[in-house]
Design a protein around this ligand. Sequence first.
Ligand SMILES: NC(=O)c1ccc[n+]([C@@H]2O[C@H](COP(=O)([O-])OP(=O)(O)OC[C@H]3O[C@@H](n4cnc5c(N)ncnc54)[C@H](OP(=O)(O)O)[C@@H]3O)[C@@H](O)[C@H]2O)c1
Length: 338
Amino acid sequence: MTCLNLVSPASSRYHQLGGVASLLPLPISSRSFCIRESSAVVLSRSLSTSSPSGARRDDNSARVFRRRLSVTSASMAGLPPKPTVLVTGAGGRTGSIVYKKLKERSDQFTAKGLVRTPESKDKIGGAEDVYVGDIRDADSIAPAIQGVDALIILTSAVPKMKPGFDPSKGERPEFYYEEGCFPEQVRAQFLIVDWIGQKNQIDAAKAAGVKHVVLVGSMGGTNLSNPLNSLGNGNILVWKRKAEQYLADSGLPYTIIRAGGLQDKEGGIRELLVGKDDELLQTETRTIARPDVAEVCLQALQYEESKFKAFDLASKPEGTGTPTTDFKALFSQITTRF
Ligand SMILES: NC(=O)c1ccc[n+]([C@@H]2O[C@H](COP(=O)([O-])OP(=O)(O)OC[C@H]3O[C@@H](n4cnc5c(N)ncnc54)[C@H](OP(=O)(O)O)[C@@H]3O)[C@@H](O)[C@H]2O)c1
C-alpha cells in the first residue's frame, strides 16, 4: 500500500486547463534580442513588404525568430542548441506541465519524462520518451538519465491533504492518513523520497554528465516550526532542504526554486516575485500558479543568470503588477547561492 499518494481534489484542474501552457509567451531575453535584433528586423521587414499575405508571413517570421532567439539563449547558458531535458515527477501536477511545455517546444528541447508508475505514464500520453522508475532505487532511474543535458526535479513525497484547503485565504493545510498508514510511515516516506530519492537523482545526474539541474523545493525551510514539518513529525522541509544543500554542494550547475503555495491557476498572467530566506512568507504574496513554476523551470535552462542560485518564488495577485516576460531580469535579481 502506498500511503502518501496525494489525492487532491484539485489535481485534475491542470488537465481541465488544458491549453494554458500554450498561451504563455515565448521567452525573449533582452540580451539575446540584442544579438539577433538587426537580422530579425531586416528579414521581418522584407517578408512583410514582399508578400501579398504579409500578415501571416509576419506572424511566421516572428515565430521563427522567437525560436531562434530562444535557441541562442539556450546555447548561451552552456547547453547544446537543442538540449535533452528530463523532468522527473512528470506525472505530477507541476511535472506534467513541465513535460507538456517541453513537448510543445520541441524545436528548443528534446523532452524526456520519469514517472513512478505505468498509470502515470498513461496519464501523460504514454510516449516512448517517458520512463518508469522509482527515485528510491538508483538503478531504476539510470536509463532515463542517460544522454540528458539538463534535469528538472519535480518529485516529492505527497501527503494527503484534506479537501477544501485554500492557501490564498491564508488557511493552513490539514492532512490525514489513509487507513493503515501511520505517522512513522509518513516520516519514512519524507526521508526516503525527499532526501534519498533526490540525492539519487543528483548522483545520477553527476555520473551522466548532466550540465544543469533545476530542483523545485518549497518555501518554509528556514523555520523548523513550519506546520508542514509537523506532519507525522516528518520534518519534510528539513529533508527537502538537505537535498537542496546536497545539490548546491555537488559542483553541478544548479537552480533551486523554493515555491510558495502552489495553485492550479492559469500561468503567464502575473508578475513573479523572487525572494530569499522565506521573507515572502511574511507578506500577502506567497502563492504561485503551477504553470508559472513550470515556466520558470524551463526559463532557468536558458539563462546563465539562473545558475548557482537558490530563491523563493511567488507572484503578485492577478491584475496587479506587470506579467513577467523578462526572465533574464528576474534571475539577475537573485543574489543568493543557497
Ligand atoms: N503543494 C504545495 O503547495 C507546494 C508548495 C511549495 C512547493 N511544493 C513542492 O513543489 C513540487 C511540486 O509539487 P506538485 O504538487 O506539483 O507535485 P505532485 O503533484 O505532488 O507530484 C509529485 C510527483 O513525485 C512523484 N513521486 C513521488 N515519489 C516518487 C518515487 N519514489 N519515484 C518517482 N516519482 C515519485 C509522484 O509520482 P506518483 O504520482 O506516481 O506518486 C508525483 O508525480 C514538490 O516538490 C512540492 O513539495 C509544493
